[in-house]
Design a protein around this ligand. Structure first.
Ligand SMILES: Cc1cc2nc3c(=O)[nH]c(=O)nc-3n(C[C@H](O)[C@H](O)[C@H](O)COP(=O)(O)OP(=O)(O)OC[C@H]3O[C@@H](n4cnc5c(N)ncnc54)[C@H](O)[C@@H]3O)c2cc1C
Length: 393
């Protein structure tokens, strides 16, 4: 068959992954992309520089329909996993801090309530969280326990019908701006989840400063000193570490896509720069070394996009195993970081400033490599999956 009528592939979507999306999925992509272009891209370098994210963005993301996007009922949009992934990709193409806001709100805090909460908790929180009027956070990590949350020290003990919660959570996204914290604590019956409203006596939060990554995202310490909680604060259906791990599995799925969004922006920026920046009398994109860098980026970007879509379709079919989510997160974040670093070199000195998005994405990706399970932990998950032998301890 002749290939004469087949046009040249797109320089970014080289494999034509776009053609594998439905019209509705493309519409979601365009809607979120436009929001990012108009609202995030013009402002995010300043937010990153100043180390903050405007709280009102929550309501705007709610209006966009990306908070708790893949959850059904209680005012949530009830979109597919692929549609949610596409939204994460487009938000992350703007900044991983903005995507983290949506991930923590929807996949961690809202998912925990949706999956493990009582009917009353779902009705109380989910509709306003979906609109971004109520902000949630997810407190699992502690100063001494990150990769190994099973040994967490935060403890909730029974006191009559109430609970008394004490402990410290660290590195909590949206922590100080949250109206309600989903907090995981050890109890005499193992790990349980609690909904802790901001105004609870004994609950304080403070922001972590001097971060050089995910600066357009609030990261906080949460301290609980004998916080008295009613019995109705307990998430009734979450028992043991499988509760928080199920939430993390949801958020990691979004990261598989988000990383490709960040990588795409870095690649597009480097490609454009390479075509216009002239050295030695010609565009640097005309040098073989630069072309090799761009091609390596193109390969990983397109393979990562295909992987994200494949895993998304599997999730929508109910066939996605958590170890396959680890596969996606490990591969795509690693690939995105390599793309960002390579793009940075193409921009030369301009690559180290916030005038271009590349170093912002590169620094963000260092956090993304670590949170929601470090690259080492996902390697061990996959190692166990293929050998049958756990190597965590
Ligand atoms: C910006 C940001 C936002 C975050 N947001 C949240 C949030 O909203 N909620 C929340 O609960 N947490 C959050 N985290 C915390 C994050 O999940 C943890 O940082 C992560 O789980 C790693 O824990 P740690 O930093 O304590 O590192 P550690 O667990 O101390 O690990 C340090 C190093 O040792 C390695 N390591 C540990 N165990 C093993 C092993 N068995 N074998 C080989 N290597 C190992 C790790 O891979 C890593 O390289 C956030 C982190 C960041 C940076």
């Amino acid at each position: 068959m002749s290939t004469a009528r087949i046009g040249p592939p797109d320089a970014v979507d080289f494999l034509g992954v776009d053609a594998l999306l439905s019209d509705e999925e493309r519409l979601i992509r365009d809607t979120v992309r436009t929001f990012v272009r108009d609202r995030v891209a013009p402002n995010v370098a300043a937010w990153f520089d100043e180390g903050f994210l405007p709280r009102e963005l929550g309501r705007e993301l709610g209006a966009l329909g990306v908070l708790g996007m893949h959850l059904h009922g209680y005012g949530c949009p009830g979109a597919s996993a692929v549609a949610y992934g596409i939204a994460c990709m487009e938000l992350d193409a703007g900044d991983a801090g903005v995507r983290s806001f949506a991930s923590v709100q929807g996949s961690l805090a809202m998912f925990a309530i949706h999956h493990f909460g009582s009917e009353e908790q779902k009705r109380q929180y989910l509709p306003s969280m979906s609109r971004g009027e109520t902000i949630g956070c997810f407190g699992l990590s502690e100063p001494d326990f990150g990769s190994n949350p099973a040994e967490m020290r935060t403890f909730a003990r029974r006191d009559g019908a109430d609970w008394l919660l004490s402990g410290t959570k660290l590195w909590i996204t949206n922590g100080s701006i949250a109206d309600v914290a989903v907090v995981w604590a050890n109890t005499d019956d193992g790990i349980r989840g609690f909904l802790v409203p901001k105004q609870t006596k004994g609950f304080t939060s403070s922001n972590i400063h001097r971060k050089l990554s995910l600066r357009a995202s609030i990261t906080s310490e949460l301290v609980f000193q004998d916080c008295r909680l009613p019995a109705s604060a307990l998430l009734p259906e979450a028992k043991g570490l499988s509760g928080p791990l199920a939430c993390l599995n949801e958020a990691r799925f979004g990261i598989i896509w988000g990383a490709i969004g960040s990588a795409r922006t870095c690649y597009e920026t480097a490609l454009e720069y390479a075509k216009t920046r002239v050295q030695f009398g010609r565009p640097i994109g005309g040098f073989q070394l630069t072309q090799e860098k761009l091609v390596n980026m193109l390969l990983e970007l397109n393979k990562g996009a295909l992987l994200a879509l494949h895993l998304g379709r599997m999730k929508d079919d109910g066939r996605l195993h958590p170890s396959q989510v680890s596969f996606g997160k490990l591969n795509n974040v690693r690939a995105a970081l390599a793309i960002a670093r390579e793009a940075r070199t193409i921009l030369g000195a301009n690559g180290v400033t916030l005038e271009y998005p590349v170093i912002r994405h590169m620094n963000n990706l260092e956090s993304v490599l670590t949170y929601e399970g470090t690259s080492e932990i996902h390697t061990l998950v996959l190692g166990q999956a293929i050998t049958g032998i756990p190597a965590f301890t």
